[in-house]
Design a protein around this ligand. Sequence first.
Ligand code: TRP
Length: 73
Amino acid sequence: MGQNDYVVIRAKEDGVHVIGLTRGNDTKFHHSEKLDEGEVMIAQFTEHTSAMKIRGKAEIQTAFGIVESDAKK
Ligand code: TRP
């Protein structure tokens, strides 16, 4: 997956969090976005963002396919 690839996150409940983690030596949270049920976020991996953590129930569409997160909050 390249830096410019998009990821689609579709919230399946209220209060899903999309958390961006920094690229580089330190891996830290740098942004948290809250989605309510049915809301969609389209995000990229960038120079600043190397990873994303999704909390809550969501469908995540990537170049690798579709995954579901269903972690308990
Ligand atoms: N300023 C961030 C960046 O350019 C914005 C961002 C991009 C982001 N992708 C993200 C924030 C994914 C959270 C999750 O990297």
